[in-house]
Write a protein that binds this ligand. Structure first.
Ligand code: FES
Length: 129
């Protein structure tokens, strides 16, 4: 449902709860706990930057700042053109590749400010933004 609608609305959570035959609150607990699930609208591309120690030691803060500056948005916001949303997350499971960034389902490692700008450029070209 999230892939179809871009988020899990209250109605979607009710539909899942009915399908699984569990109380809606149980579905809501899962949705509010896992960062890959969301109730809030996201951009066409959702960008997640790892903020955990290994990536922090490899410059994830600078990558995160560069993304905010380039996109003109803060964490949890969607860019004016609807193309990008941004959030910082806990470990993406690629600690040896820090600083790690995930865009939708694709993981990018050893990111720095220059690579981040290049990645945005590539994504913008792909989406025509
Ligand atoms: S600490 Fe960043 S991916 Fe694990």
């Amino acid at each position: 449902l999230q892939a179809q609608q871009g988020r899990l609305t209250a109605e979607a959570q009710k539909e899942v709860a009915d399908y699984l035959d569990v109380p809606v609150v149980k579905v809501h607990e899962v949705v509010s706990f896992y960062t890959m699930l969301t109730e809030k609208p996201r951009g066409r591309h959702h960008i997640m930057v790892c903020k955990t120690l290994s990536c922090a030691l490899h410059g994830s803060s600078a990558v995160f700042q560069a993304l905010q500056s380039e996109l003109g948005i803060r964490p949890g916001e969607v860019s004016a053109d609807g193309q990008f949303s941004l959030e910082s997350v806990e470990c993406l499971g690629a600690c040896d590749m820090g600083a790690s960034v995930q865009v939708d389902d694709t993981l990018y490692g050893q990111m720095d400010e220059a690579k981040t700008k290049k990645l945005l450029e590539t994504l913008r070209i792909r989406t025509g933004a």
